[in-house]
Design a protein around this ligand. Structure first.
Ligand code: URA
Length: 271
């Protein structure tokens, strides 16, 4: 074995941890947690044996550094309810400390387009480009979304309300490594999204992709859900494929086109 091998191995382990989503070092000195885990396992086994004799029904310890989910949801509800307009809602989300994603994000990604629009599109969560720029759907998927909307005469930059569109996400902060938001993260941000929809007051909603369907409809399975009118936040909603999925599966653009025509026709009042 050469002298550089342990070094290379440590680097490979670090790369693997980053790949798994680690974003920061949590102490000044490096700790070999692989070794520590073995020691802890042995100690843990001994403690567990003692605990089984002493306290067979011990309650699980509460985590001191994590606000319980219900409390975070309640805080989110109160903050959202107190927001009288979109600017206040944005400030309320910015003030919310219950969601860990905030700590790893560069920017709060609130919305883009014109809130007077009759159509509100709800995506999943910001990616790297959105996190950097502070606006939803500005990367490759966003460019495709803009082209899709332009095909039915809509634009987030439109001057007239009838051509306008309003765009937001379920999550306002980027999840590390673009992982899916967890059910807890979605649950604690949902009161803000509900208030967002109530304040923007669109006639139609398009949840884009599985995460948006999970959050808005409580269901996944976009292949079955897409193109079927349903209700979200008490208004008509038409789930569609996410543009990032369309980039990977261009053959599905035909169905997306059918959905766009359906939206156009509903906006024109012909169905
Ligand atoms: N995907 C989303 O769902 N939202 C964005 O803002 C960008 C990519």
């Amino acid at each position: 074995m050469t002298g550089s091998e342990p070094h290379a191995e440590a680097l490979a382990q670090l790369a693997w941890l980053v790949e798994l989503g680690a974003t920061e070092a949590i102490s000044e000195q490096p700790v070999n947690r692989f070794e520590a885990a073995d020691t802890a396992k042995v100690a843990g086994r001994q403690e567990t044996a003692v605990a089984r004799q002493a306290a067979p029904l011990a309650e699980p310890a509460a985590s001191p550094d994590r606000e319980p989910l219900e409390q975070a949801v309640e805080t989110a509800r109160q903050l959202a309810a107190g927001a009288g307009d979109l600017a206040a809602l944005r400030a309320a989300i910015d003030a919310f400390e219950g969601c860990e994603l905030k700590k790893g994000a560069r920017n709060l990604v609130f919305a883009d387009g014109d809130p007077v629009a009759r159509l509100m599109i709800i995506g999943e969560a910001p990616g790297r480009d959105e996190d950097r720029e502070g606006f939803p759907f500005v990367g490759r998927a966003g460019k495709l979304l803009d082209r899709m909307l332009a095909a039915i005469g809509l634009s987030r930059k439109a001057d007239e309300a009838e051509n306008a569109v309003y765009i937001a996400n379920v999550m306002p902060w980027r999840p590390p490594q673009n992982r899916d938001p967890t059910p807890d993260e979605i649950a604690m941000m949902l009161p803000f999204l509900a208030r967002h929809v109530a304040l923007a007051d669109p006639d139609l909603i398009v949840p884009m992709g599985n995460i948006a369907c999970q959050a808005l409809l409580g269901r996944r399975g976009i292949t079955r859900l897409r193109g079927q009118w349903t209700q979200a936040f008490d208004r008509p909603a038409l789930p569609m494929f996410h543009p990032a999925y369309l980039l990977r599966s261009p053959a599905r653009k035909r169905e997306a086109w059918a959905d766009l025509l359906e939206i156009q026709s509903r906006l024109k009042g012909s169905n």
